[in-house]
Structures are given as structure tokens and as C-alpha cells.
Design a protein around this ligand. Structure first.
Ligand SMILES: [Zn+2]
Length: 268
């Protein structure tokens, strides 16, 4: 009976080797303070993610076991308490060796179409693939080069969660115990405040701008739009909660309710 029931079910995903798991995750800030149980659950979830998604490299890039696990672990920290089904509806992870510059047509305010070719570290398509530059994936873990909270994988997968509700606008589908009004009350003033701070930093004398931007609690890219504020805020939530929580406590609290995790508490 059991064997009949099991027939047709997909085989369980291969377990991630303990040594490989340590090598792939040991350097990431978001792993700080993650308890043994949570660590084991993240490892099992990452194995399911690797089995469920199709990874492909461009320009002859071979996706090694280490790269699979690095990307899966970072994608899965977001859904550790939500479930892998939050990533249903698409299947492809495309990895470029370094930043990529897709040609795009953009229409400006005057209605003029421009062809742009801006280099990108990552991209998430509505209903389509997540695209990553591996150079930037690796950069997020490099202690010397690490920009506070910079994590391209967490960023793009946060967009994916946001897109569960359509175009990414910083307003993902909320859980039943959350309030849309409370989300807006937390995010709208924080976004406005952050835009003001970026403007103030950028209006300083030129030789002081870089330093002023570096002292902000979030990557200045968060000021691009509410959707980017949510994605960059999610990077900071997992990577540098000790900077995000004091700067924007209400945003931290909403993200804690949304992700059902408390990375700040893990730091003790
Ligand atoms: Zn983004």
C-alpha cells in the first residue's frame, strides 16, 4: 500500500553535505547566532530549493555545488518560517559571472524612449527567473569589500516575495495577524525620512558625499522607490539588524512579523 502511494512522488532531495554547508554559509552575516535547529532546517530547506529550481550559468559559467548552496541558503533564509511555496510559480535561477547590462527601452517623462544599458548585480522578473551576478554574490560575503548589509541574493528574493502581490511595490501579501495600516504607518514615513537623508548627504560638498552616504543605516539605493526600500530593508533586516532596528524600529517590527524571525534577538 505504502509503495503504491509513494509511486509517482518525486524522490527526496539529496542532503547537503555538512562540510559543504559550512563552507557555503560560514561567512555570511545573516548566519550569526542562528541556532542548531534553525541551521539544520535551513540546510534541509536549501536542499529542497536546489531540487525545485533550475540553475543555469551564462558565458560558460559552471554552477558548482558550492555556488548552488551559497545561493540557496541566502534565498531560503527569507522563507525559513514562511515555506518554500512562497517561491512557487517560477523555476529558473540564472547566474552571470559578473554584472550584466541588458538593453532596455525606457520611456521618460516627456514620452521619449531611451535605450539603456546599465550594469546590474541582480534582477527578479515577475513570474520569471531570478538573475544574479556571481561576482556580487561573492562580494556580499567578502569581509574586506563588504558594504554594510549588501546582499544581492536576499535583495532579489525579497522582490520575489513582494511580487506574490503583483508588481514589486514594497507591499507583499501580509499574514492574517498583520495589519495593512500598521505596515503603511511603519514604511511610508521611514521611506520619506530616508529619502530626505539621502538628499541631505548628496547635497554636501563633493568630497564629503561618499562618507555621508556610507554613514546611512541602509544602502542609499533604498531611496529609489518603496519596492527598493523593502528589498534593501530586507537585506539589512537579516544582515545588519543592529543598524536597521534602532534607525527604523517600526519597519524592523513589521519585517519581524512578516518574516516570522528576529535576527536582532539572535545577536544576543
Ligand atoms: Zn531591487
Amino acid at each position: 500500500m505504502l509503495s503504491w502511494l509513494r509511486r509517482g512522488a518525486s524522490p527526496p532531495p539529496a542532503e547537503i553535505d555538512a562540510e559543504l554547508w559550512r563552507a557555503a554559509t560560514g561567512r555570511w552575516l545573516f548566519m550569526r547566532g542562528l541556532g542548531g535547529d534553525d541551521n539544520a532546517r535551513l540546510r534541509a530547506l536549501s536542499a529542497r530549493f536546489i531540487a525545485a529550481k533550475q540553475f543555469s550559468g551564462t558565458h560558460g559559467l559552471e554552477i558548482t555545488d558550492l555556488m548552488h548552496v551559497e545561493i540557496a541558503a541566502q534565498a531560503c533564509i527569507l522563507v525559513l518560517e514562511l515555506g518554500l511555496e512562497w517561491y512557487d510559480g517560477w523555476s529558473e535561477v540564472i547566474v552571470y559571472p559578473s554584472q550584466f547590462a541588458p538593453e532596455r527601452e525606457e520611456v521618460d517623462e516627456a514620452g521619449v524612449v531611451h535605450l539603456t544599458k546599465d550594469p546590474m548585480a541582480g534582477e527578479a522578473w515577475l513570474g520569471g527567473p531570478v538573475i544574479l551576478s556571481y561576482e556580487d554574490v561573492a562580494l556580499s560575503a567578502d569581509e574586506e569589500l563588504r558594504v554594510a548589509g549588501y546582499n544581492v541574493v536576499i535583495h532579489e528574493f525579497a522582490h520575489k516575495l513582494d511580487m506574490r502581490g503583483g508588481e514589486p511595490n514594497g507591499y507583499p501579501p501580509l499574514h492574517g495577524n498583520m495589519s495593512a495600516a500598521a505596515w503603511k504607518r511603519a514604511f511610508a514615513p521611514a521611506f520619506e525620512d530616508f529619502c530626505r537623508r539621502v538628499d541631505a548627504a548628496e547635497s554636501r560638498p563633493e568630497h564629503l558625499i561618499e562618507d555621508a552616504l556610507a554613514r546611512l543605516p541602509l544602502d542609499p539605493y533604498a531611496a529609489e522607490s518603496p519596492g527598493e526600500f523593502f528589498a534593501v530593508g530586507s537585506e539589512a533586516f537579516f544582515e545588519t539588524p543592529e543598524l536597521l532596528a534602532p534607525a527604523y524600529p517600526a519597519v524592523y517590527e513589521q519585517l519581524r512579523l512578516f518574516y516570522r524571525q528576529d535576527p536582532l534577538a539572535r545577536l544576543g
